[in-house]
Design a protein. Structure first.
Length: 269
């Protein structure tokens, strides 16, 4: 990510170039840039401004093709630079937009008792090929609600490398994303070859979370209607709700996914 900052009008711009050898973002072969990579680009650009990510809200409008660079623009309407409006464009299309809010989070509380490590879920059920990219364990639940625990990524993992001492916002989003994938297969009996297409993310975090803290997900919304999904979880640490993640999207069979990809390529022509 290359970054240019204009302090007079409070704008930041960057260019993303994908690395198809990245062990997390390209955990398995993809025909487009993953949504998590766009979120990482926004978080990376935002890190040029002081503060931690307290809110990350993004809507995805188009797929990003692998051979197209992504331009990122962030502008702050306030003089304090706390909230940044964000836009990602590629191939002449605005592929995603939203905002990132930054705040000076207080340090997390002193560590509590060490919990036994969670038992990771089956990586195939969260669409991960590498075991080190599985984010959740100790899954339990049914149609009335589900819970899971966040696993501990290695300090040099793509979602932790900017700050190995704390859980990143992207770790928490990825845990929720994997949870909805697991719910699809374990609770809603979604076929293994169906595709998950993310259309929106909203993450809120009230304080910093230490890398050693036990973090749990507890669903508050979990619905699928006509292949459209709405999913929200509370984030719990030290017995308190310290944030939330809300995801929206679609779960579609391969033929529908192929049509979506064709329509996206036509729009970019």
């Amino acid at each position: 990510m290359s970054v240019t900052i204009d302090s007079v009008v409070h704008t930041m711009t960057g260019s993303m170039v994908s690395d198809p050898t990245d062990a997390f973002f390209f955990d398995h072969p993809l025909d487009h840039l993953p949504a998590m990579l766009l979120l990482d680009g926004l978080a990376g650009l935002a890190s040029a401004s002081p503060g931690r990510v307290a809110e990350l809200a993004v809507e995805f409008h188009h797929f990003c093709e692998l051979d197209q660079p992504v331009e990122v623009l962030m502008s702050s309407p306030a003089t304090d630079g706390e909230r940044w409006d964000a836009y990602c464009s590629s191939g002449g299309l605005v592929v995603a937009d939203g905002h990132v809010s930054l705040r000076d989070h207080h340090d997390p509380p002193p560590p509590g008792p060490v919990e036994p490590a969670p038992s990771p879920v089956d990586r195939e059920l969260v669409h991960r090929h590498r075991a080190e990219n599985v984010a959740i364990g100790d899954f339990a639940g049914d149609e009335s609600g589900c819970t899971a625990r966040l696993l501990d990524f290695a300090p040099d993992h793509a979602l932790r490398r900017r700050d190995p001492r704390h859980r990143s916002a992207l770790e928490l989003v990825e845990g929720a994303r994997q949870l909805i994938t697991l719910v699809g297969h374990r609770v809603w009996d979604v076929a293994p070859d169906w595709k998950y297409v993310l259309s929106g993310v909203r993450h809120e975090q009230h304080r910093a979370v230490a890398a050693t803290e036990d973090v749990r997900f507890r669903t508050t919304t979990m619905t699928m209607r006509r292949k459209r999904v709405e999913f929200a979880v509370d984030l719990l640490a030290a017995g308190d709700v310290i944030g939330s993640v809300r995801l929206t999207g679609m779960i579609v069979p391969p033929r529908v996914y192929d049509h979506l990809r064709w329509a996206n390529r036509e729009a970019a022509r």
